[in-house]
Design a protein around this ligand. Structure first.
Ligand SMILES: Nc1nc2c(c(=O)[nH]1)N[C@H]1C(S)=C(S)[C@@H](COP(=O)(O)OP(=O)(O)OC[C@H]3O[C@@H](n4cnc5c(=O)[nH]c(N)nc54)[C@H](O)[C@@H]3O)O[C@H]1N2
Ligand SMILES: Nc1nc2c(c(=O)[nH]1)N[C@H]1C(S)=C(S)[C@@H](COP(=O)(O)OP(=O)(O)OC[C@H]3O[C@@H](n4cnc5c(=O)[nH]c(N)nc54)[C@H](O)[C@@H]3O)O[C@H]1N2
Ligand code: SF4
Ligand SMILES: [Mo]
Length: 724
């Protein structure tokens, strides 16, 4: 029996943007249990296994000191002061010799966990004069952002879930990912279905969400543009266009009609593998629905032509007039941010590219989705003016960037690589760093929920539909004797050493951070939220999450002088659609006698990208290669068998498992596991790195450079069974 004091504290899980409210049971300074908080509104006590596992991940082999890589490749502990001194000196020398653009930062998942990280990364990079701020959003769904620029946006945003007659999900699995259904997704979906909402899912896998679908279009991977063009064509044919809405709010209706004319039911059926009856049922539901949402996810984004898929999704939305009108309750409400009143009117298309930074790699450039990650390895490896020599890396890049071999080569060639980590076992990316920043665990830091109000600008699937916000104080102290820094502190201290002034910027104002006296994380949060609609001090008064009803927004009427229109026939998109129509789709798909299967991405409930989660969470420690039993039979494989998976760019060892929810001919596998090529790690223990099968050069998106990361032709060959 423990004699330690037991206490329960309220907090927030920050493993993903679900940001679930949790109750943390402490035994002394040890986290004994993490559970859902039943008193917090909206979530009804919901929590997933990853949240519950925060208890054990907190107490595992923690990294207590920063590490410096020695010439022989080993690591030695160093103090925070030494880390800051040495990193500052190196940054200063690189800037002197090569200029500020030789310094880059990359932020991935950890930006979700640490609300102060992004503002300080931006501020630091601005202070040294470097534009090289990259992030995971350009290897995620950059097309969603580009499509919004090309099509224009509805200033009233999408309708609220409760107002939808139909929801169309294209390669997204909210029950697992929490995209689009942020709070308690299973219960929310059941409620919506009970209320009469129809669900249409386009996905080669009958996933956890499509099991609730009225129509599941189990398409061949990579054929989303064909399918969407077909649905548009059928809507035009059967008079399912909201002409009145389009007349006032959109341009290019006739051009779009002509562009999709070739996508008749026969062609689409043959090409996508979806039956004509299912197409018909889908079109009927769409035509009968007054309000809807057409939402793409990771699936089509990875399958190439993600921008076109996202664009056609917006076109479908607009030709049906599925945008909410004046008087409706809005879908978003600013609490910890400032906001503009939503209006029932379009805002015209904006430039998606053609401004900002141009890179030397494959002609890639800055776009409305940000700096292209696709350019980063090339910009590191190509000598000469513009070469990147130092990277602050907040991600698990060796397991999450396409082409792990190239990622390793590039990151190893840097003069300076800094990677934060929490565990002494170190991630593969941390293992090749010059400096590993030992950082606090999420329950050791305070939290504000502001990011969930900012991300909807990047992707409509995140954020709350209620004016919701939370502040969570520190729950536990870091391990005794540990010398840790929160990542934002590194930026602050290096800037201080270099004599740079850090400024926080938001649309309303610029604020200079005091560079004499280091703020606490809480003080920094006050500054970050200085223009919030509800003062942070007010949010802090509520230990539970709270719905701030007083800032609820209603969609305002259209400005009488508004002449903006949504573009249904952007020229670049129409050209790409024309390519789709005229190409040999078998050639483009790329399967043949050798590469018979298509690899597709997925997410799993008990994994989150490359994050450290307790291996005990999952039945098997690796990421299984799921296939249909009919395919396994042909290959004479049983679940658990070891296989060699080969693409045109690389090979990995994997372990198959059966999933009869998959379309035949498809292999579905999660990313974020495994090791880097050349490593001796056992895939039965660490899993398989699907990114070793990818190449940046393969069929990359011409605008942002995201390569083929799904719908990837592969071969699967049995290997001798693993020794027990
Ligand atoms: N093949 C394939 N590749 C993909 C995808 C796919 O579907 N298929 N998805 C893509 C998408 S959508 C995304 S968003 C990216 C995500 O890619 P990443 O952003 O790289 O993934 P995360 O796992 O979120 O990053 C967390 C990693 O950073 C380390 N880390 C660094 N700093 C910290 C810190 O301060 N705290 C903690 N706790 N950990 C830290 C963690 O240990 C972990 O290794 O992956 C992309 N890659
Ligand atoms: N548990 C968990 N939750 C997460 C994450 C995680 O790693 N684990 N990651 C977070 C991140 S970084 C992101 S970006 C979001 C992503 O959230 P989602 O977009 O919902 O991503 P997935 O859950 O991978 O769902 C992708 C779906 O696309 C399907 N698919 C694959 N290829 C194709 C195709 O060619 N066409 C179509 N139509 N469908 C296809 C897959 O079968 C799968 O069902 O999830 C976030 N939430
Ligand atoms: S869904 Fe799971 S991982 Fe995401 S915030 Fe909630 S409990 Fe954490
Ligand atoms: Mo993502």
């Amino acid at each position: 029996m423990s004699t330690q004091e037991i206490a329960v504290k309220q907090s927030t899980c920050r493993v993903c943007l679900g940001y679930c409210p949790v109750n943390v049971t402490l035994e002394g300074n040890r986290v004994a249990k993490v559970e859902g908080n039943k008193e917090a509104p909206l979530y009804e006590g919901f929590i997933c296994p990853k949240g519950r596992a925060l208890a054990s991940s907190q107490s595992e082999d923690r990294l207590h000191h920063h590490l410096k890589r020695q010439p022989d490749g080993s690591f030695s502990p160093i103090s925070s002061d030494q880390l800051v001194d040495e990193v500052s000196a190196k940054i200063e020398a690189l800037i002197d010799q090569y200029g500020p653009e030789s310094i880059a930062a990359f932020t991935g998942g950890p930006g979700v966990e640490q609300p102060a990280l992004m503002p300080l990364v931006f501020s630091f990079m601005r202070s040294i004069g470097s534009n090289n701020i990259f992030g995971s959003e350009t290897i995620d769904q950059p097309g969603v952002n580009l499509a919004k620029s090309l099509h224009g946006a509805w200033r009233g945003s999408y309708a609220r879930l409760d107002d939808l007659d139909v929801m169309v999900l294209i390669g997204t699995n909210p029950i697992i990912s929490k995209l689009y259904l942020t709070t308690n997704p299973g219960a929310t979906l059941k409620r919506l279905k009970k209320g009469g909402m129809k669900l249409i899912v386009i996905d080669p896998r009958r996933n956890e969400t499509s099991r609730h679908a009225d129509v599941h279009l189990q398409c061949i991977p990579g054929e989303d543009p064909t399918l969407l063009a077909g649905l548009l064509h059928l809507l035009f044919e059967r008079g399912g266009i909201n002409e009145q809405f389009a007349e006032v709010n959109a341009s290019g209706l006739d051009t779009l009609r002509n562009a999709v004319a070739g996508f008749n039911a026969e062609y689409v059926t043959q090409r996508t593998g979806v039956s004509a009856e299912d197409l018909e049922r889908t079109v009927n539901i769409l035509a009968e629905s007054k309000m809807g949402a057409v939402w793409p996810g990771v699936g089509p984004s990875m399958a190439t032509r993600g921008t076109l898929t996202a664009y056609l999704s917006l076109c479908l939305q607009t030709v049906r007039g599925f945008w909410p009108g004046a008087g409706a309750k809005a879908r978003r409400h600013p609490v910890l941010v400032s906001g503009n009143a939503p209006k029932a009117q379009p805002s015209a298309p904006q430039p998606a590219w053609g401004f900002g930074k141009q890179f030397r790699t494959r002609g890639l450039q800055q776009t409305s989705a940000g700096m292209p990650t696709a350019a980063l390895p090339g910009e590191i490896l190509t000598p000469g003016e513009g070469q990147i020599r130092a990277v602050f890396m907040h991600a698990g890049s060796l397991l999450t960037w396409p082409d792990s071999k190239l990622a390793k080569k590039a990151l190893e060639s840097l003069d300076l690589l800094i990677v934060p980590d929490t565990l002494s076992s170190l991630t593969p990316t941390a293992k090749i760093a010059h400096y590993v920043l030992a950082t606090k665990h999420q329950l050791e830091t305070p939290f504000i929920s502001q990011i969930n109000e900012l991300v909807p600008h990047i992707h409509p699937g995140y954020g709350w539909e209620e004016p919701y916000a939370a502040y969570s104080p520190v729950v536990v102290d870091p391990p005794e004797g540990a010398d840790l820094l929160e990542p934002w502190q590194l930026y602050y201290r290096v800037a201080q050493k270099l004599g740079r002034q850090l400024c926080l910027m938001d649309p309303k104002s610029m604020h200079e951070i005091d560079m004499e006296n280091e703020p606490t994380t809480d003080q920094l949060y006050e500054l970050i939220c200085r223009n919030s609609t509800v003062p942070l001090a007010e949010v802090k008064k509520h230990t539970n999450y709270k719905v701030f009803d007083e800032v609820t927004q209603t969609i305002q009427p259209r400005d009488p002088e508004c002449t903006d229109k949504l573009a249904l026939a952007d020229m670049t998109m129409m050209e790409e659609l024309d390519q789709v129509a005229s190409e040999s789709y078998q050639d483009r798909r790329g399967t043949d006698a050798t590469y018979q299967y298509l690899l597709i991405p997925r997410r799993m409930q008990k994994m989150n990208n490359a994050q450290h989660l307790p291996p005990s969470l999952n039945k098997v420690p690796y990421n299984p290669a799921y296939m249909h039993s009919a395919d396994l039979e042909v290959l004479k494989l049983r679940p658990g068998d070891k296989v060699k998976i080969t693409s045109r760019h690389g090979e990995i060892t994997g372990f198959v498992d059966v999933d009869n929810n998959l379309r035949q001919g498809v292999l579905s596998m999660c990313h974020g596991s495994g090791s880097v090529p050349g490593s001796s790690d056992d895939p039965a223990v660490v899993g398989s790195n699907v990114n070793s099968l990818l190449s940046w050069e393969d069929d990359y998106d011409p605008y942002v450079g995201i390569p083929r990361m799904g719908a990837l032709p592969i071969s699967v060959e049995p290997l001798p069974r693993a020794q027990e």
